[in-house]
Design a protein around this ligand. Structure first.
Ligand SMILES: [Zn+2]
Length: 198
């Protein structure tokens, strides 16, 4: 009996684990404002239902169903909402997860990382740093040298083929994103029309 009581005391005295920010999941995120914003009405018109669901409602497309999962052309993958360059085709690899996977970003800071405690697990959500579009998640089981796997929904991405160096610049991504948005989002409209070659 005494042994049971002892265990009982120990288990009850364990400290409560607090999240890094000390606030419920999502509280930190909602305080953030994004440099580029679009009205939900505009996005509903411009995006496909799946693109809207994934980027604005944190949805996830079905594995192996996205148009960029097996896409192998040279170029740059952009945010489908604001057109900001996010990933180069040279960092895309076959993770066999069913979603486009990348080992690195076009430029540091182009994606914002946030703790995601949904579905009873802890994952790291990836979000476009310019417009806040949900992209996917980041895992630590990618190939060297980064060891990172950006698991991204095709529906979050646009694609600009060729001339990777011309598209990717070393300037601050916030400036590029603002210019792309100010230009009427032409970078995204073309990408949304890309069809998978079946
Ligand atoms: Zn974006």
């Amino acid at each position: 009996m005494s042994g049971f009581n002892l265990l009982h005391l120990i288990s009850k005295s364990q400290p409560v684990v607090l999240r890094p920010c000390g606030l419920p999941s999502g509280t930190c995120r909602t305080k953030k404002t994004w440099p580029v914003t679009f009205s939900q009405e505009e996005l509903k018109k411009r995006l496909t239902p799946m693109q809207y669901h994934v980027t604005q409602e944190k949805g996830t497309e079905s594995a192996f169903r996205g148009e960029f999962t097996d896409h192998k052309e040279d170029g740059t993958y952009t945010c489908v909402v604001c057109g900001t360059p996010l990933f180069k085709s040279s960092t895309k690899f076959d993770s066999r997860s069913g979603w486009p996977s990348f080992s690195d970003l076009v430029s540091e800071g182009s994606v914002t990382l946030t703790d995601d405690y949904s579905h009873g697990m802890h994952r790291v959500e990836t979000t476009c740093s310019q417009c806040g579009a949900h992209l996917g998640h980041l895992f630590d089981d990618g190939p060297r040298p980064t060891g990172k796997r950006y698991c991204i929904n095709s529906a979050s991405l646009g694609f600009q083929g060729g001339k990777v160096d011309a598209v990717v610049t070393e300037t601050a991504p916030s400036e590029d994103g603002a210019r792309a948005a100010a230009g009427g989002g032409s970078a995204c409209t073309g990408a949304a029309g890309v069809k998978k070659e079946l």
